[in-house]
Design a protein around this ligand. Structure first.
Ligand SMILES: [Zn+2]
Length: 238
C-alpha cells in the first residue's frame, strides 16, 4: 500500500481531535490516508482496549481513511526507544506515506511529546539503507505537526468547515471516553461530553476565524512555505 498522508499519534482519538477534518478533506480529494495509533489507549480512564478498537474503526470509516493500525507501544510509556523506532520505521516502509502528520513537539502529556520524537526518528530511520530492517528504504517527503491544544501560532490552517460535522461525529465515536456508563459517572476524572463538544467547537472556530472561515485545523512545519503564485494567495488582508 502507498499512502499519501499518514497521521501518527499516541492514543486512539488523538488524531480525530487534532486533524480529523483535514484527513477527511484529503480523502475527499482522492488521496489515500491512514492513521497509526502508537498505543491501544489501554490506560484510558474508561472502556477496554476492545471497546476503543471498535470505536477507532467507526471513526476511521467516518473519516474515510484507507488504513488504520496500532503499533503496540504501551500506553503511558511512549518512549522514543530503539525498538519502537524500528517497528515504526517498518510501518513507514510498508505504507510509504508522502506526508506524515505528527503531534506537536510540546505537550502536557508525556506520551504526546514522546510520540512526536518517536514519529520523527522512526521516519528518519526508515530511510537508512544500512538499517537491519526488512523493506525498501523510504523516507516521507513532508512532516507536519498538528497542534490544536497548544498556544503556538500555526504555520498554516486548513479550512475544515465542510468536514466539521463528520469530524465531530468521528470524535464522538469514542463514546466510552466521553459518554461514560451510568455506573461510572461518579468517577473523579470526568471528560463530560457537554464540556468537550463546546470546547472543540470553540477551538475550531478560533482557528477558522484566523483565515476567514468557520472552522479550521492548525498545523506547524519546521521549514518555510514556498509560494509559486502570489496572485492566487488565499486569506484576505484588508
Ligand atoms: Zn492522547
Amino acid at each position: 500500500m502507498k499512502l499519501d498522508v499518514l497521521a501518527i499519534a499516541a492514543h486512539p482519538d488523538d488524531v480525530e481531535l487534532t486533524c480529523g477534518g483535514t484527513l477527511l478533506k484529503m480523502a475527499e480529494k482522492g488521496y489515500k490516508t491512514g492513521i497509526l495509533d502508537l498505543t491501544e489507549g489501554e490506560m484510558g480512564t474508561r472502556g477496554t482496549p476492545e471497546t476503543r478498537a471498535k470505536e477507532a474503526a467507526t471513526a476511521a470509516k467516518l473519516l474515510k481513511v484507507s488504513w488504520r493500525g496500532t503499533l503496540g507501544v504501551p500506553d503511558s510509556d511512549v518512549q522514543p526507544s530503539r525498538a519502537h523506532k524500528l517497528s515504526l520505521a517498518k510501518v513507514i516502509r510498508e505504507l510509504r506515506p508522502r506526508t506524515v502528520i505528527l503531534p506537536y513537539w510540546e505537550a502536557r502529556h508525556p506520551d504526546h511529546y514522546h510520540a512526536s520524537t518517536l514519529g520523527y526518528e522512526g521516519c528518519f530511520l526508515a530511510g537508512l539503507k544500512q538499517l537491519p530492517l526488512e523493506g525498501e528504504p523510504y523516507r516521507p517527503f513532508k512532516i507536519l505537526y498538528a497542534t490544536s491544544f497548544e498556544g503556538m501560532p500555526p504555520t498554516f490552517i486548513v479550512d475544515v468547515t465542510k468536514q466539521y460535522e463528520i469530524r465531530r461525529r468521528a470524535i464522538l465515536a469514542f463514546r466510552s471516553q466521553f459518554r461514560p456508563a451510568r455506573s461510572e459517572r461518579k468517577q473523579r476524572v470526568y471528560l463530560a461530553i457537554d464540556e468537550l463538544d463546546p470546547k472543540m467547537d470553540l477551538l475550531a472556530r478560533h482557528y477558522g476565524q484566523m483565515i476567514g472561515v468557520k472552522y479550521g485545523e492548525p498545523f506547524l512545519q519546521k521549514e518555510l512555505m514556498a509560494v509559486e503564485d502570489i496572485v492566487a494567495l488565499p486569506v484576505r488582508s484588508i
